[in-house]
Write a protein that binds this ligand. Structure first.
Ligand SMILES: NC[C@H]1CCC[C@@H](CNc2ccc(C(N)=O)cn2)C1
Length: 247
């Protein structure tokens, strides 16, 4: 998968994509992240990328010309593979794990990061396929949204996670919150690891983990539970969790 990011802060984006699982996915050539700075496409000696907001009012707006040139260059660099252009903005549709999984299957993504008051609306209309929001809050730029997308998508690339199973067991990947996790020591001054995890009984461990995920989702994110069909085993486990919790 190729990801191109249009940003006035290329070093920030590159450094986010160079560490951890995403950095390793790039080393393994499962993913490439390339940053393009509209300032490099500005034709005037001041390398101008922003202009005053038409109609008056505070702040500046990113200019069409240099931003569009950067998008076109990124699209060309994708050498023909169909690209999907995404604008990170509070006006976008909320990012979910389902959307991440959908985007992770694309061959080429172009992520447009706005700064100032945003990008000229004509450029959005002409070049953006969809707007995505990482949450209902305003940031000083779209780069953190791009970094979130790159991480969430990068870790889903085949071969990115040493144990592919961990992607499936993650929170949200099956519509539930993740279960608790423990490492040695089995007994610590903070408490002991639940016995079932020391039992070596893998069926019981799987059952315990599903029960914990269901219980946590019920307690912390009932909205996620409402959206999810529960099988008979899951219903039984959740009932067991509720009874123990309310006892
Ligand atoms: N009107 C301000 C707005 C104009 C367009 C550019 C954005 C950049 N900042 C962002 C981008 C995305 C998000 C998010 N929630 O995904 C929050 N903030 C700021």
């Amino acid at each position: 998968m190729r990801i191109d990011v249009i940003t006035l802060f290329p070093d920030f984006v590159r450094s986010c994509a160079a560490v951890g699982v995403v950095g390793r996915a790039q080393e393994r050539e499962l993913l490439s992240v390339t940053a393009w700075n509209p300032r490099d496409f500005a034709t005037d000696s001041y390398r101008t990328v922003d202009g005053r907001t038409c109609g008056g009012g505070p702040g500046m707006v990113m200019l069409i010309a240099p931003t569009r040139e950067a998008i076109v260059a990124a699209r060309k660099a994708g050498s023909g593979s169909k690209s999907r252009t995404i604008y990170l903005s509070p006006q976008g549709s909320r990012l979910t794990q389902a959307k991440v999984a959908e985007l992770a299957r694309e061959d080429h993504l172009i992520l447009l990061c706005g700064r100032y008051e945003g990008v000229d609306e004509r450029l959005i209309a002409a070049e953006v396929d969809e707007e995505i929001s990482i949450g209902d809050y305003v940031l000083s730029g779209g780069e953190l949204g791009a970094a979130v997308l790159i991480d969430a998508i990068g870790r889903l690339q085949d071969g990115a996670l040493n144990d592919a199973a961990s992607a499936e067991q993650d929170s949200f990947s099956d519509g539930l919150l993740d279960c608790p996790h423990y490492a040695r020591p089995m007994v610590d001054e903070l408490g002991a690891v639940p016995d079932v995890l020391q039992s070596g009984n893998h069926a019981m461990i799987r059952r315990w983990r599903l029960k914990q995920s269901l219980g946590r989702t019920w307690l912390r994110r009932p909205d996620l539970l409402a959206r999810r069909e529960l099988g008979s085993q899951a219903r039984t486990l959740l009932e067991e969790f509720r009874r123990e919790w309310l006892a």
